[in-house]
Ligand binder design. Structure first.
Ligand code: KIV
Ligand code: ZN
Length: 516
């Protein structure tokens, strides 16, 4: 029997965007969608079009511009949601409507106040309406893992009869364990008469840290699609991590006998992009894409590695997109060396982008003698971001003396508009600059989190600052990089303020699939 090919359904732009503070603008979503298509994902869940005009536009633009993957839009089982999803998806090369309705007793009783018959009736009506637009319809019984299994079988069978071609089994609250999930999928396959007419999909949240394990257990029982996100981002503790589940299937092909269409050498660049765009840092020890994932510290391990790599490595770092060496560039390195390095790091830049990067690289090499891969990645990622920033820092002067309140003169630019403010406030340089940025932009926020760390090694290393701010009850993240950590902090804070500014004027009551 030939190997099964498991479909990878990426929901970074929908469930991933539901991570607190991870909202993305349309340009960022388009960039990520293109990277996902290049990575080889089968289906991109681009958003929830009814949620807000911004969500609609993102799904619509991705449908227009991104080729190679099926584009999917989420909808509740009601006519307005489904019609809006179809409107957004219409230009796509291949489109899928994903309709969902909660089925567990808790959701039926407390959230929906519907009985079982009403749930089945609405699910069938939703699937039929979606199927009137596209033959590719996915149905999700939300909170399936906590749904009575008999009722789950009834709903799934009815949804397939109504035209669902994929039935997704969400563990919405991350409650399942691998044996539990395996049993649910096995039961569906044994008891749902028409199950062979649909692909079984699995959608696991990570509240108990079991999302990848549960997804793999479902695959063992016959699931043919895995729903996942880059870096595992998503509601609360996140979703099944794409890079982990894909590499588990690949590395343990001997056991699972399954393939995916993912080009695994694109995993690390995709992870970096999502981290940069969302401001959600990847923990160092994160499997596959964390900075330490292939670092060997113990002497015995290093010794083993030198003798034979496979003594302590089950995967080849290059197979997931880590470059072979952290080659150091300096101010005498030329354009060709830089271009080679950029390609080795997995980026495809246009000649114009490479020229701009070269100038930035020279400026950085003047400030710090050795430019490492992490510095280059920061320049590439930050470069693209800077162009999209609404407000940019023109210049600032900051004075801090012991026992005196700091003073700042800050000039910001927004297109042709230039604003300068003088501020004497704050209990330190960062605080003073943040005050000045708030004064200048007129956006007042509460700073919830602030982290500084160095990107590489040595005294001259670039500082990376991440901030999390709160505005009108919503969290926004920002990131900035510079050889000067104060400038990095100002950039990070302004980056977060720009995200707030981009949402001002949008309806505040954005609908989330889980707050209905
Ligand atoms: O976790 C969940 O139940 C979901 C559904 C909308 C599929 O994200
Ligand atoms: Zn989910």
């Amino acid at each position: 029997m030939s190997d099964r090919v498991i479909k990878i359904f990426d929901t970074t732009l929908r469930d991933g965007e539901q991570s607190p503070g991870a909202s993305m603008n349309i340009a960022e979503k388009l960039e990520i969608a293109q990277v996902l298509a290049d990575l080889g994902v089968d289906i991109i869940e681009a958003g929830f079009p009814i949620a807000s005009p911004g969500d609609f536009e993102a799904v619509h633009q991705i449908s227009k511009q991104v080729r190679g993957a099926t584009i999917c839009g989420l909808a509740r089982c009601n006519e307005q949601d489904i019609d809006r999803a179809w409107e957004a998806l219409r230009p796509a090369e291949r489109s899928r409507i994903h309709v969902f309705l909660a089925t567990s007793a808790i959701h039926r009783e407390f959230k929906l106040k519907m009985d079982k018959d009403e749930i089945v009736r609405r699910a069938v009506a939703g699937v039929k309406r979606a199927a009137s637009y596209t033959p590719d319809v996915e149905f999700s019984p939300e909170d399936a893992a906590r749904t009575e299994v008999d009722f789950l079988c009834t709903v799934v069978e009815a949804a397939i009869n109504a035209g669902a071609t994929t039935v997704n089994i969400p563990d919405t609250v991350g409650y399942a364990t691998p044996a539990h999930m395996a049993k649910v999928i096995r039961t569906l396959r044994e008891r749902v008469a028409n199950i062979d007419r649909a692909v079984i999909s699995i959608h696991c949240h990570n509240d108990l840290g079991l999302a990848v394990a549960n997804s793999l257990a479902a695959v063992e029982e016959g699931a043919g699609q895995i729903e996942c996100t880059i870096n595992g981002i998503g509601e609360r503790a996140g979703n099944c991590s794409l890079e982990e589940v894909v590499m588990a299937l690949r590395t343990r092909h001997d056991y699972y006998k399954c393939d995916t269409k993912i080009n695994t050498t694109r995993l690390v660049p995709a992870s970096r992009l999502v981290s940069n765009v969302t401001g959600l840092l990847v923990q160092r020890n994160k499997a596959i894409v964390g900075r330490n994932a292939f670092a060997h510290e113990a002497g015995i391990h290093q010794d083993g590695m030198l003798k034979e790599r496979t003594t302590y490595e089950i995967m080849n770092p290059e197979d997931v997109g880590w470059s072979k060496t952290d080659l150091v560039l300096g101010k005498h390195s030329g354009r060709a060396a830089l271009g080679d390095r950029v390609r080795a790091l997995g980026y495809q830049l246009t000649p114009d982008q490479l020229n701009t990067l070269f100038d930035q690289f020279k400026a950085l090499a003047d400030k710090k003698k050795e430019v490492y891969d992490a510095d280059l990645v920061a320049l590439i990622e930050q470069g693209g971001r800077d162009e999209q920033e609404v407000w940019q820092i023109e210049k600032y002067r900051l004075t801090c003396l012991t026992d005196e309140v700091p003073s700042v003169r800050l000039t910001l630019r927004r297109g042709q508009e230039v604003r300068t403010v003088d501020v004497n406030a704050g209990d330190g340089p960062f605080d003073a600059l943040f005050w000045a940025i708030e004064q200048s932009t007129g956006v007042n926020v509460v700073c919830r989190d602030f982290n500084v760390h160095s990107l590489t090694v040595g005294k001259e290393a670039q500082g990376e600052v991440t901030v999390e701010i709160e505005h009108n009850g919503q969290l926004y993240r920002g990131r900035g990089v510079s050889t000067d950590s104060i400038e990095a902090a100002a950039k990070a804070f302004l980056n977060a303020i720009n995200r707030v500014a981009a949402t001002l004027g949008r309806p505040a009551d954005r609908v989330s699939p889980h707050n209905i």
